[in-house]
Design a protein around this ligand. Structure first.
Ligand code: PXP
Length: 233
């Protein structure tokens, strides 16, 4: 069965909207684990717009499932990863102005190889978040990353109109497996579009965040309102 990594960044987004202590992504992670999440992903962004250093530190001590730390490939982030030692680091491109991670990693970056080596030497399995194209997948292999995460953003935007992006994901996945890479995928996956990606042969894990947090807000709304009425009584 394909594993589910739950990205809890947007629990922190709601907290940061008020710079308060709730909702705590650490508490959310416990509920994700109880519901069967196979791993927990957090993206510690350079601008700390959602996940904070404290979240990563506490999760590292309390998670029962592996932590997948998403991060840009900077000296600061590599230092944090070496101190925290998550099971996985997923290297992503990061731009300050973007709303979310827009494209796959540029695998020609000279800084990638040394960072992957340092992280691997600390026992961290490095994943590269890349577009599903042959050059990027071969480059990930050449860089020595044992894991790739294929960017499903284009698929998520176009799946209702055409199968083109699904086909690209299928071909990229087959190549990754032939090269001996562990195959993950994510970004923009929803309850409606996840099926065809989950059915790709050899898929190890899907990382899904926004859609799950969005649904959690809605399916929890009735109970939350009822409990507030109760508190007022
Ligand atoms: N994988 C990576 C590498 C990401 O950057 C993100 C977004 O933070 C996700 C998966 C999850 O995407 P979404 O929130 O759209 O499910």
């Amino acid at each position: 069965m394909v594993k589910l990594g739950v990205n809890i960044d947007h629990v922190a987004t709601i907290r940061q909207a008020r710079r308060t202590i709730e909702p705590d992504p650490v508490a959310a992670a416990v509920f994700c684990e109880l519901a069967g999440a196979d791993s927990i992903t957090v993206h510690l962004r350079e601008d700390r717009r959602h996940i904070q250093d404290r979240d990563v530190e506490v999760l590292a001590r309390t998670l029962q499932v592996p932590m997948n730390l998403e991060m840009g490939c900077t000296d600061e982030m590599v230092g944090i990863a070496l101190a925290i030692k998550p099971a996985y680091v997923c290297l992503v491109p990061e731009k300050r102005q973007e709303v979310t991670t827009e494209g796959g990693l540029d695998t020609t970056g000279a800084h990638l190889g040394p960072a992957i080596k340092k992280l691997a030497a600390a026992g961290i399995a490095v994943s590269l978040f890349i577009d599903p194209d042959e050059a990027s997948i071969r480059a990930a292999k050449a860089l020595g990353a044992p894991v790739i995460e294929l960017h499903t953003g284009q698929y998520a935007e176009t799946w209702e109109q055409s199968d083109r992006e699904l086909e690209r994901l299928r071909q990229g996945s087959a190549l990754a497996l032939a090269l001996g890479l562990v195959l993950n995928a994510g970004h923009g996956l929803t309850y409606r579009n996840v099926g065809p990606v989950a059915r790709i042969p050899g898929m190890n894990e899907l990382n899904i965040g926004h859609s799950i947090v969005s649904r959690a807000v809605l399916v929890g709304m009735e109970r939350a309102v009822r409990e507030m009425k109760e508190a007022m009584r």
